[in-house]
Design a protein around this ligand. Sequence first.
Ligand code: UD1
Ligand code: CA
Length: 483
Amino acid sequence: MARTVIILAAGEGKRMKSQLPKVLHPLLGRSLVGHVLAAAEPLSAERTAVVVGHKAEQVTEHLAEIAPQARPVLQAEQLGTGHAVRVALDALEDVTGTVLVVNADVPLLRTATLTALIERHEEDAAAATVLTAVMAEPGNLGRIVRDAEGGLAAIVEARDADAEQLAIREINAGVYAFEADALRDALGKLTTHNAQGEEYLTDVFGLLLAAGRRLAVHTAPAVEETLGCNDRAELARLGALLRDRINDGHMRAGVTIVDPASTWIEPAVTIEPDAVIEPNTQLKGATSVAAGAVVGPEVTLVDTVVGERAEVVKAHAVLAEIGPQAKVGPYAYLRPGTTLGVKSKVGTFVEVKNSSLGEGTKVPHLSYVGDATVGDFTNIGAANVVANYNWRSKSRTIIGSHVNTGSDSVLVAPVTLGDGSSTAAGSVVDADVPPGALAVARERQVNKEGWIFKRRPDSAAAQAAQAALDAAGTADEDPADQR
Ligand code: UD1
Ligand code: CA
């Protein structure tokens, strides 16, 4: 049967108190509407429409980015959920078969639940089927009114409900399947005779029943799937539920997550079995973690690849590739374009940008490596800086294999250090170093002996120096004469 998906996203979401339209608020790396689109995607509906209205331009732009196959339909004035669906059906034309309608603010909805709803609807040959859940505190959600036989009699909005109806705990989740022709007929008969003066989509059920059509109810397998998002407190609660759901999935698949409550893993992240995720860690975007890797504590990875048995501790990485058995951190920052070879190391207070380190190459301490290509088994000394920027442009630095740079070397790009070369500590290297050479690019040391006795004769430093010289037996009769 032909299937069409309509997502209702035109409302403002006043209670979010935000400049950002509600449906664009992010939850674990996806917008609210993005979650609903992702849940509906595998249904392979012929057409997907998203009804936009409040800040339509901004929402439409977002849709073009995340779901170019979805068609935005403008509901210029938000006259109610029924009106929104009517606008969508008019825009799509010739819709037949099953129409799935979903509020855009139910991000925990699962594909399996949508599939089950549609199957129930089609097997029952119903004109309309609603997804429901039973809630302890149904608040201002629409109530499911059943007849004496337990069949669906009506959906009543909380604001239009009497006391008896308000006591009903079964609610309308805002997710429905309709038979297209029946839906179109009923939408044409909607009125605005209700507390909010809106065309209620929910009134379609009463109208269809009165016309002798069959209605069906599908109960969600878990209440959480039906939770809507109306304010920031609910947004945070939904985030925590989604986090737990994602973490459970990884743990069941063989990943150790030491502290699930402080571990935030976005939906598109992949993790192989026997990886270990330590506390306070966020894995975002298209990040992947291979088997046996240990990530965390306190790590944020964005679109980053972690190889087998790599170890990443207290680090922040964006668009980086960390090779198998490489070690990163603590306190490391890997910026876009960083590639770390097998068993390489980026240590403490080290920043790497747009650079590749070969197998076994180490940058252990206090360094910046930018726009550099580094070979295998090279050791970058402590506090090295690759000066890649001359205030006008950036240049590349090539460092060969088995190179050893001395502490506090500055490599001024563009410059090449040949295989097996070295630099002396404190060198400013701005000319190429041939293979095997030692570059010494600093002034030779001059000791001005006895300087302290002349300049600070009575200081503690002078006394300490005198004592040391006396003890070594090298003191002159009159040390103050020394220059
Ligand atoms: C709606 C249901 C209610 C259900 C609840 C579940 C109706 C009349 N009521 O109530 O029974 O329990 O959802 O969350 O449908 N929207 C439009 N255009 C409009 C109005 C709304 O696109 O003119 C969109 C909103 O952006 C939102 C969705 O429709 O995504 C639901 O609208 P909302 O105002 O939140 O409906 P509720 O009052 O929550
Ligand atoms: Ca709502």
